[in-house]
Design a binder for this molecule. Structure first.
Ligand SMILES: *Cc1c(COP(=O)(O)O)cnc(C)c1O
Ligand code: SF4
Length: 328
């Protein structure tokens, strides 16, 4: 018997959705911060477990800075646009973004468990990407008709926001396509809402006949709390490949100590660093930019400090390119 509302769904419903409530919880005064008040399209959203990892009284906390809407978002930086990575031009079927050889990205749902202010998808027409049953059938047809597609990347939004029923139906359908060898899940939920990582979900995934790769998304070591570590270590022992992607963000992780600490902590949790992305130039995120030269220097210093497998690949996404562009 599945309860009507799972515990993780109740946690999600209970997430902070008001700046004032979050700042009060963190013992901060809204008047002292350059807060953006009017942001109906992309409001604040922060699960309580994630907020609990922030330092009370610190307006520059690296986790708070990722989620707090600031007035700087309204500043129009040159070269920043609504679709910086060309995703809208690469929609091949409903919810299917086919940009790279051998793999497609499937936008399984528009929603996220957290709203990250630097996200390029903040301007994406999510509602149009929400997959109804008939649209999903078209997406699956597209994949089934192309034997050169070997990997489906579930993305969003956050695919783990789907209910177990919907998610399991989708995974079963994908795993049943003969030429699909791998299903990759891109999700920030293992970090921000670890209660969603239930044993039911793990049992289901590890029972599929295809390889499962889970790419989580953490930008700072403080995001990796011990409950997250305990869960992910268990997932790895059950044969799920665990990788992390981060975004290089001014004022959050743009120093060599923060990046090295993140890699070390990830490894302790059974996760290897995969990509460190340069910011995608989406309207509203320019204040997070780290210059490409600075990024290269940071990576070179990481290489002098860490074993090669703990140094992520520094990449950027260029619209129209057949793969992510490596920078170092
Ligand atoms: C990033 C991305 C992928 C995956 O690229 P990898 O280099 O395989 O991680 C696939 N499709 C799209 C549209 C992407 O943006
Ligand atoms: S898509 Fe990922 S980075 Fe963007 S808001 Fe959702 S969880 Fe954050």
């Amino acid at each position: 018997m599945t309860p009507k509302t799972a515990r993780w769904q109740r946690s999600l419903a209970d997430a902070f959705d008001s700046v004032d409530a979050l700042l009060t919880y963190l013992e901060l005064t809204p008047d002292e911060l350059p807060i953006l008040r009017d942001y109906p399209a992309f409001p604040l959203k922060v699960p309580r477990g994630f907020a609990a990892r922030m330092e009370p009284g610190n307006p520059n906390d690296p986790l708070l800075r990722q989620v707090l809407p600031l007035g700087a978002e309204l500043h129009a930086y040159p070269g920043y646009s609504r679709d910086p990575v060309g995703d809208l031009h690469a929609i091949a079927a409903p919810g299917v973004i086919h940009k790279y050889a051998g793999r497609v990205l499937l936008v399984a749902t528009g929603g996220c468990a957290v709203h990250c202010r630097y996200c390029f998808r903040r301007n994406f027409p999510y509602a149009e990407q929400q997959l109804s049953r008939s649209k999903l059938a078209l997406a699956l047809d597209y994949i089934a008709e192309r034997p050169d597609i070997h990997e489906v990347i579930l993305s969003g939004g956050d695919p783990l926001l789907l209910s177990d029923d919907k998610l399991f139906n989708l995974l079963t359908a994908l795993a049943g396509i003969g030429h699909i060898r791998r299903i990759r899940i891109h999700s920030r939920i293992p970090i921000v809402l670890p209660e969603r990582m239930t044993d039911t979900l793990l049992d289901y995934l590890s029972g599929l006949a295809v390889s499962i790769v889970l790419v989580v998304h953490a930008n700072h070591a403080n995001e990796l709390s011990s409950d997250v570590g305990a869960i992910l270590n268990r997932w790895r022992r059950r044969g799920i490949t665990l990788l992390n992607q981060s975004v290089l963000l001014a004022g959050i992780n743009d120093n060599v100590d923060a990046l090295c600490n993140l890699s070390e902590k990830l490894f302790g949790f059974g996760i290897l660093p995969y990509y460190l992305h340069l910011l995608d130039k989406a309207a509203g995120v320019g204040h997070f930019e780290v210059a490409e030269d600075t990024a290269k220097q940071l990576l070179q210093r990481m290489q002098r400090t860490l074993p090669g497998y703990l140094v992520p690949k520094l990449v950027k996404e260029c619209a129209g390119e057949p793969n992510k562009t490596s920078i170092l």
